[in-house]
Design a protein around this ligand. Structure first.
Ligand code: ADP
Ligand code: ZN
Ligand code: ZN
Length: 818
C-alpha cells in the first residue's frame, strides 16, 4: 500500500488547474480511519476544504506536507472500485475528477453534517477503567447525545478512545446530515428518569398539577417515548403541561428527523417466480450461463412490450442473490413508478433500496446508506443508481436501455450504459439491457457480436399486437377538418368509450408549443433573456420561460406592434383537453403533464384513479408513454407523431420510432384487442411507417445506413463543444480561435464543424455557439485531440467564457472490434 503516512487527495475545488491529487500527511490518530474513498478535511491555501482520499503514494511529492485535519465519515462513502471508476470517467468524459466523485455520493453529503455519539441501547454500566471513559458516559447519560467534537473536548478523550468504545459496543456513532430540502422533523417526548423515579415525582406533585401527574404516570406505565402531538391528543393535555415537566427534567423533549421511508404504508404483496414461457426460458438461460461462471457478458434483451422481460430480471436477480452478490436495476426516472417498485419489493421485500429523484435528499441518503452498509442487496433507481456502492456486484439490469435519460446532460456528462459496462467488466458481472426498441448503438453492437442477443418476439400468453392506423393529417386539412382530432381518431375514441373501455392519448410535449402569437404581425412573445418563446400557463395567467424561469403577466397588446389581436395557445395538453371537452362533452379526462404532476405523489394518484376507471381518457406527455399496464385500455392515440422529427438532433428518427413503438405497446395488453391511431403530417417517413408495421429490423437497417452516410454515431465518434458568453463578439472570437486550434489536432479523416449558433442561441443572457468534432470510430483514441480539448478551458483567461463538452460513444477499453 506504499507509504501509509501520506495520502493523495482530490480537493473540492472544481477548476481545471486543481484537477490533480495533492499529498497530505496522515496524522497518527486519524490513520486507522483513513481509507481510499473517505472524505477528509484538509488545509488548502488559507482555507479548510473537503477532499476525497484516492490513494497512498509511494513517494510523496514533497517533504513538507500539511496534515489532514479531520475524517468526515465513519465509513468511506466510496469504495476503491468507485474511485477507480471515477478516474476512468474523468478521462473518458473530459471532466474534473472532483465533479465525478461528487456525482457518485448522495447530495446531502455535500451539506452540513455532524457526527453524533450516543450510548449503545444495550449499554449496561460496567466497570469502566479510565476516568475519561466514565466522564464521557456521564455526559452521554445527561445529554442523551453529543457531537463528536463536544466529546473530544473532554479531558483525556481522544479519537482512539472513542473508537475503542464503539468497537466494544458501548457507544454508537452516527452521521447526521441536514436535509435541506424537505426536512421532516418530529418532536418526541420521553421519560428522563426511571419508572420508579417518575412515580415518586408524581406523588410529590401538588393537587393543582393533576395534568402533569397524569402525564408522568403515563410514562411510568409505558416507559417509552411518544411523539408530542400523539401525547397531547391521547391524554388531552396541553403543551405548557409538558413544558413544565421538561423544565423539571422529568421528561425529555427531542426534535428528530423522522425516519424517512418513502414507501411506508405501502404493503407489498409477496410474489413468487412464474413458470417461464419457452421464449423467456431461453433468454433466461443466456443470462444464467455467464452469471454462474462469474464471467462478464453484455446481453441485449430485445423483447417486445409485454413479453415478460421484468419477470426475467426478477429471476436473474434471485440467482445473483443466491451467490451472495448484489444487483443494480436501472429504470428511466419516468417509469420508476410505484407499480414498478411494487414488482421488485414484492419479490425481494426488504432487500431492495429505491433511489428515486422524487425522494428528498434525506430520503435518498437513507436508501443509499442501506446499500453502503450491506443492509440491502438490490438497488433500483434512475441513472445515478449505477453508482450504488455494492462490493460484489453480480448483475446490472438496464431497463428501457434506449432511454435518453440515461445520459446525464450536465457535468459529468456520462452515459449510465457505459458506466454500467465498466463496472460489470470490473466485477466479472453480467449486464442485461432490456428494451423493446434498442438504441441504435446497442442494436449495432449486438449485430457485431459484441453483445449477446436474447430475443422475445411474443407477448406473454400470445396476446395479439394492436392494429395500427396512420392518419394523414394533410388530408384532414384538405377536407376541411381543422381540429386537433382527425375523423378516424375521433370515431375510434367514441367507439372505445361506448364500449366502456379506456383510451390513452399521447402528445409529445416538445412539439406542441405553448406560446402567445400576435395575429397582426405574427410574432410570438420571446423571453427577454433567452432566444426562445415564452410559454403560456393558463392556470395562473402567466408567461414563463422554461430555460431561465423568467415570468410575466399576459400582455394585452403585442410588444412589437401594439396590436390587440393576441392569441393564446394553452399548453399542448390543456389545448387538447379543451378540444376534447368541445368534441365529446361529458367525457371524463385525466390530464398528466408537468403541471398536473408537480406535487409529490400526484403522478401515482392520477394513475390509480385512471386504473380504477374514474376516467375514460388518460391524456398526457412522455410520462404516459411507457411502463403503464391498464387492462381496460384498448385505444392509444398519438396526436402528432412528427413533432419530434423536426428537432435538430441526429437521433430524431430513432426517437420517433422508439416512442411510437412504445406507445403502441400500451394498447390491448390483456384480453381485449387493441388499436392504435397515429396522426401525422409526414406519414411516409420511414420511422413512422416502420413503427406502425412493427418492423424493427427494417428500421434499424435504414437508420444505420443513414448514420453511416451522415457520419454520426455509432459509426463516428462525436464531440460537441458548447461555448457561452454574455458578449457576442468575445464569444465568436473564442469559438473561432478554438476551432482553428483544434482543426490542426484532428486525427486523419476527422472533421470539425462550426462554430455555429447553438439550437437555442441565447439562454439567460448568455450567447451560445457550438463546435462539433467527428472522427471514425475505428480510430484509436486521438491523444493529441483529447489533450487539446483538455487544455482548451485553461487556454482562455476570460472568466466569463464557459465551455462545455459532450461526448457520444466513449470507447471502452474492452471494445474488441478494433
Ligand atoms: P415487459 O417487461 O416485457 O413489458 P412484463 O414483464 O411487464 O413485460 O410482462 C407482461 C405481463 O405478463 C405482466 O403482467 C406479467 O406479470 C405477465 N407475465 C410475465 N411473464 C409471465 C409468465 N411466464 N407467465 C404468466 N404471466 C407472465
Ligand atoms: Zn428565458
Ligand atoms: Zn404584433
Amino acid at each position: 500500500m506504499g507509504n501509509d503516512h501520506v495520502a493523495s487527495i482530490i480537493v473540492d475545488v472544481a477548476t481545471e488547474g486543481t484537477d490533480k491529487a495533492f499529498d497530505y500527511l496522515v496524522p497518527k490518530e486519524l490513520s486507522p480511519e483513513i481509507e481510499i474513498g473517505c472524505r477528509v478535511k484538509v488545509p488548502f491555501g488559507p482555507r479548510k476544504i473537503m477532499g476525497y482520499v484516492v490513494g497512498f503514494p509511494e513517494k510523496p511529492a514533497t517533504r513538507r506536507l500539511k496534515p489532514i485535519l479531520d475524517v468526515m465519515d465513519i465509513a468511506p462513502p466510496l469504495t476503491p472500485e468507485l474511485v477507480k471508476l471515477a478516474r476512468w470517467m474523468s478521462q473518458a468524459y473530459l471532466c474534473p475528477l472532483i465533479t465525478v466523485l461528487h456525482a457518485m455520493v448522495p447530495a446531502v453529503l455535500k451539506g452540513k453534517y455532524q457526527r453524533i455519539l450516543r450510548l449503545h441501547p444495550d449499554f449496561a454500566m460496567k466497570k469502566l477503567f479510565v476516568e475519561a471513559e466514565e466522564e464521557l458516559v456521564r455526559l452521554l447519560q445527561k445529554n442523551r447525545e453529543v457531537t463528536l467534537n463536544r466529546a473530544l473536548s473532554l479531558k483525556g478523550v481522544d479519537r482512539s478512545l472513542i473508537r475503542e468504545m464503539v468497537d466494544e459496543g458501548l457507544l454508537v456513532m452516527e452521521e447526521r446530515v441536514k436535509d435541506r430540502t424537505t426536512r421532516k422533523r418530529r418532536i418526541w417526548i420521553g421519560p428522563n428518569r426511571s419508572v420508579d423515579a417518575l412515580r415518586q415525582s408524581a406523588k410529590t406533585l401538588p393537587k393543582s398539577a393533576a395534568r402533569q401527574k397524569e402525564a408522568l404516570l403515563f410514562f411510568a406505565k409505558t416507559g417509552k417515548e411518544v411523539s408530542q402531538p400523539e401525547l397531547l391528543s391521547q391524554l388531552g393535555i396541553s403543551k405548557p403541561t409538558v413544558d413544565r415537566l421538561v423544565e423539571k427534567g422529568l421528561l425529555y423533549r427531542e426534535e428528530r428527523e423522522e425516519y424517512r421511508d418513502p414507501f411506508a404504508g405501502h404493503s407489498f404483496e409477496k410474489t413468487v417466480p412464474l413458470p417461464l414461457t419457452s421464449e423467456q426460458e431461453k433468454a433466461f438461460q443466456t443470462i444464467l450461463g455467464p452469471l454462474r461462471e462469474y464471467r462478464h457478458e453484455t446481453i441485449l434483451l430485445h423483447g417486445v412490450t409485454g413479453s415478460g422481460k421484468t419477470e426475467i430480471y426478477l429471476q436473474a436477480i434471485t440467482e445473483v442473490l443466491n451467490t451472495g452478490r448484489q444487483a443494480i436495476v436501472l429504470v428511466p426516472e419516468i417509469s420508476l413508478t410505484p407499480q414498478m417498485v411494487k414488482r421488485f419489493k414484492g419479490r425481494f421485500g426488504e432487500k431492495v433500496a429505491v433511489l428515486h429523484s422524487a425522494l428528498s435528499d434525506g430520503e435518498r441518503y437513507d436508501e443509499w446508506r442501506k446499500i453502503r452498509s450491506g443492509e440491502v442487496e438490490v438497488a433500483i433507481g434512475a441513472r445515478s443508481a449505477i453508482f450504488a456502492p455494492f462490493p460484489h456486484l453480480g448483475l446490472v439490469i438496464i431497463d428501457e436501455e434506449h432511454e435518453s435519460s440515461y445520459k446525464q446532460e450536465e457535468q459529468p456528462r456520462y452515459h449510465a450504459r457505459e458506466v454500467a459496462r465498466w463496472r460489470c467488466v470490473e466485477h466479472d458481472a453480467v449486464l442485461v439491457m432490456g428494451t423493446a426498441t434498442p438504441a441504435l448503438e446497442s442494436y449495432y453492437s449486438a449485430q457485431l457480436g459484441r453483445y449477446r442477443w436474447a430475443k422475445l418476439t411474443e407477448r406473454v400468453q400470445g396476446r395479439p399486437f394492436p392494429q395500427v392506423d396512420v392518419v394523414d393529417m394533410r388530408n384532414e386539412l384538405r377536407s376541411g377538418n381543422r381540429s386537433i382530432f382527425s375523423q378516424p381518431l375521433k370515431k375510434a375514441l367514441e367507439n372505445c368509450v361506448d364500449q366502456g373501455e379506456q383510451a390513452v392519448l399521447f402528445l409529445n410535449r416538445r412539439g406542441f408549443s405553448t406560446f402567445v402569437l400576435c395575429r397582426e404581425c405574427g410574432e410570438s412573445i420571446q423571453c427577454p433573456h433567452c432566444d426562445i418563446a415564452l410559454t403560456y400557463h393558463r392556470v395562473n395567467q402567466t408567461l414563463r420561460c422554461h430555460y431561465c424561469g423568467y415570468a410575466c403577466g399576459v400582455p394585452t397588446q403585442c410588444p412589437s406592434c401594439s396590436s390587440k389581436y393576441i392569441r393564446y395557445f394553452g399548453t399542448g395538453t390543456q389545448r387538447v383537453e379543451e378540444e376534447l371537452a368541445r368534441l365529446m362533452p361529458g367525457l371524463r379526462v385525466i390530464r398528466m403533464d408537468v403541471d398536473t404532476t408537480r406535487r409529490k405523489g400526484a403522478h401515482e394518484r392520477l394513475l390509480t384513479a385512471f386504473g380504477e376507471g374514474k376516467a375514460d381518457v388518460l391524456l398526457g406527455t412522455q410520462m404516459i408513454a411507457k411502463g403503464l399496464d391498464f387492462p381496460k385500455v384498448t385505444l392509444v392515440g398519438v396526436i402528432a407523431a412528427d413533432t419530434m422529427l423536426n428537432l435538430p438532433d441526429f437521433r430524431a428518427a430513432e426517437r420517433t420510432f422508439q416512442l411510437l413503438t412504445q406507445v403502441g405497446g400500451r394498447a390491448g395488453r390483456h384480453q381485449k384487442p387493441g388499436r392504435v391511431v397515429i396522426q401525422s403530417y409526414t406519414p411516409s417517413h420511414y420511422s413512422i411507417e416502420m413503427a406502425s408495421n412493427f418492423n424493427a429490423d427494417a428500421f434499424y437497417q435504414q437508420e444505420c445506413k443513414l448514420r453511416k452516410q451522415q457520419r454520426y454515431p455509432p459509426f463516428y465518434r462525436l464531440f460537441t463543444l458548447l461555448f457561452s458568453h454574455p458578449d457576442r463578439v468575445a464569444l465568436m472570437q473564442a469559438g473561432t480561435r478554438s476551432a482553428k486550434m483544434l482543426s490542426s489536432r484532428l486525427p486523419k479523416g476527422g472533421e470539425l464543424l462550426g462554430p455555429v449558433p447553438a439550437p437555442v442561441p441565447r439562454i439567460k443572457d448568455r450567447y451560445r455557439i457550438q463546435i462539433m468534432i467527428k472522427y471514425d470510430h475505428h480510430m484509436d483514441e486521438p491523444t493529441i485531440l483529447i489533450d487539446a480539448l483538455r487544455q482548451l478551458k485553461t487556454s482562455f483567461k476570460d472568466p466569463d467564457l464557459r465551455i462545455g463538452m459532450d461526448r457520444e460513444g466513449v470507447t471502452l477499453p474492452i471494445d474488441g472490434d478494433g
